[in-house]
Design a protein around this ligand. Structure first.
Ligand SMILES: CC(C)(COP(=O)(O)OP(=O)(O)OC[C@H]1O[C@@H](n2cnc3c(N)ncnc32)[C@H](O)[C@@H]1OP(=O)(O)O)[C@@H](O)C(=O)NCCC(=O)NCCS
Length: 224
């Protein structure tokens, strides 16, 4: 519970991606949707998520990483491990993750969220068809990985992908871990991982501790 609260508190990525246009208060319109926004997903976004998945995966292979009930499941259990990119209120790209507590992925990782795990299992990254080939996938992944650095107990991110996507994830800094034990029908996967090192949280705490130590030593020395 404490852990989940600490994660929920770390949401530095929730900000507009572009500054809002400067409009004088007199002519400001109400209910204007932000041109571009990145925020965690919630269960109300589940349908939009699944629509993108349906086009990206089901129409291609008949399978998809998360079915609608699983999307809702993870957005209920760990919304803070999801990230959606919205253009004028419309979902254009997203990532959904959950926590995992073993070195390698097993079939349990497809449905479980292990609250004490230190590994973020990235279930899916997908970009809406009309917004692909604009660099949005890599940008969203970069922001997500930066965000994970702010979560105190996260040590690495893992994902499973079909082999043709290995070069794509390599460009984002992922390394191959090996063959994945999970298969879906005739589909096989490679497991990849990304180290979440140099925690901003740890660095901040070390800095605060260092300041206290400095003050304490200075005070002790001044007494002699
Ligand atoms: C894969 C996906 C997330 C890429 O996002 P995107 O925003 O369209 O990425 P871009 O096309 O702008 O490509 C960025 C880079 O990745 C490379 N890339 C994109 N798709 C690739 C693919 N299928 N295989 C290999 N490289 C790929 C591009 O060549 C480009 O490289 P460059 O920067 O050297 O030019 C997106 O195409 C998508 O949603 N596909 C369907 C769902 C999917 O397969 N998701 C991943 C599995 S969970």
């Amino acid at each position: 519970m404490t852990r989940m609260m600490s994660i929920a508190g770390a949401q530095p990525f929730i900000k507009l991606m572009q500054p809002p246009p400067s409009v004088s208060p007199g002519i400001q319109r109400r209910h204007t949707l932000p041109a571009s926004e990145v925020r965690p997903l919630n269960t109300q976004d589940a349908i939009s998520v699944f629509e993108i998945e349906r086009e990206a995966f089901i129409s291609a292979s008949g399978e998809c990483p998360l079915h609608l009930d699983e999307v809702r499941h993870f957005l209920t259990l760990c919304p803070e491990l999801s990230m959606g990119w919205f253009e004028e209120g419309r979902l254009v790209a997203f990532i959904i993750g959950s926590l995992w507590d073993q070195d390698r992925l097993t079939t349990d990782a497809l449905t479980l969220h292990k609250t004490h795990g230190s590994t973020v299992h990235i279930h899916v990254l997908a970009v809406h068809r009309t917004f692909r080939q604009q660099g949005k996938g890599p940008i969203l992944m970069w922001r997500y990985l930066q965000y994970l650095r702010c979560l105190p107990n996260v040590r690495r991110a893992v994902l499973m992908c079909e082999d043709f996507l290995i070069p794509f994830y390599r460009k984002s800094g992922f390394k191959v871990l090996g063959r994945c034990a999970i298969t879906v029908g005739s589909l096989t996967f490679t497991e990849m991982w990304y180290p979440i090192s140099g925690h901003a949280y740890m660095r901040r705490n070390k800095f605060v501790f260092g300041c206290f130590l400095f003050i304490f030593v200075s005070f002790s020395v001044s007494k002699f």
